[in-house]
Design a protein around this ligand. Structure first.
Ligand code: FPP
Length: 246
């Protein structure tokens, strides 16, 4: 992966992607759903490679929602095995390309060894400053908000910024600029609900395993064509939106 962008990720866009359609992609090809998820990992590689040169500094990918535990045990086991494989096989390439990996969501319900593998991958990639890749696993935005609310009880004067920091665990993390969902579905499915308060939404019929750098570019072109007013009347840059006193 080549990247000639050197500015800090924070000044670049935060894109969230709901990677949907792996199962349908596979079924249409008379393949097992697992093959669809494996092809989904290839799509992750393409998008991670393309993102920095398209002005993306933070990329949050929805890999496994807290509601996905309801899937058949065999599929859950296969997804967890794929995550374990990804963490082991990808770290070297992430480090080489300046990608910092963090995993958001609960870790206490993951199969044995995965939480440790996540910790190792996070530590190994901690210095990456080209792209911040966040993978959401056993993630629920509503649960993240609830947990932050419980922790906020001890905070004196709570602001939106302080609450954001409690939700994300990443002080100063940029709000989401753009949410992309593949496969033609048009829902948020409990993904980054607080952080996406003013995100633009982009829905595409492309199945996730077919998604690549050109699709990301198309979504970003549509994003750049929109006027973001954050509730006011004039276009505003997200870096300049003032904290409004309530
Ligand atoms: C949605 O497709 C996709 C998921 C629930 C999982 C996404 C996972 C990956 C892309 C691979 C694993 C990720 C990592 C980081 C190793 P679906 O199964 O709901 O598709 P369908 O709606 O067509 O059935």
């Amino acid at each position: 992966m080549q990247s000639n962008l050197s500015s800090k990720p924070q000044s670049k866009l935060h894109v969230g992607i709901i990677m949907d359609g792996n199962g349908r992609w596979a079924t249409r090809r008379q393949l097992s759903r697992l093959r669809g998820h494996e092809a989904g990992v290839e799509a992750i590689r393409r998008v991670v490679e393309a993102a920095p040169d398209q002005g993306v500094g933070t990329l949050t990918l929805y890999a496994f929602s807290s509601d996905n535990w309801r899937r058949p045990k065999a599929e859950v086991t296969a997804l967890m095995a794929l995550l374990r494989f990804y963490l082991a096989s990808e770290v070297e390439s992430l480090v080489r390309n300046g990608v910092r990996l963090t995993v958001i969501g609960r870790r206490d319900r993951l199969p044995n060894g995965i939480a440790d593998a996540i910790g190792r991958a996070e530590a190994a990639t901690a210095k990456g400053d080209v792209l911040h890749l966040r993978i959401a696993v056993d993630y629920s935005a509503r649960d993240a908000i609830l947990k932050a609310a419980a922790n906020a009880a001890s905070e004196g004067d709570l602001t939106r910024e302080k609450f954001s920091d409690l939700i994300t665990g990443e002080p100063g993390l940029r709000d989401v600029d753009l949410v992309i969902r593949t496969s033609g579905e048009k829902r948020l499915s409990d993904f980054l609900l607080w952080e996406s308060a003013y995100a633009e939404l982009h829905f595409t019929d492309r199945m996730w395993p077919d998604f690549g750098g050109e699709d990301l570019a198309e979504a970003l072109a549509s994003f750049h064509g929109r006027e973001r007013r954050f509730g006011g009347l004039q276009p505003v840059s997200p870096e300049l939106t003032p904290e409004v006193a309530l």
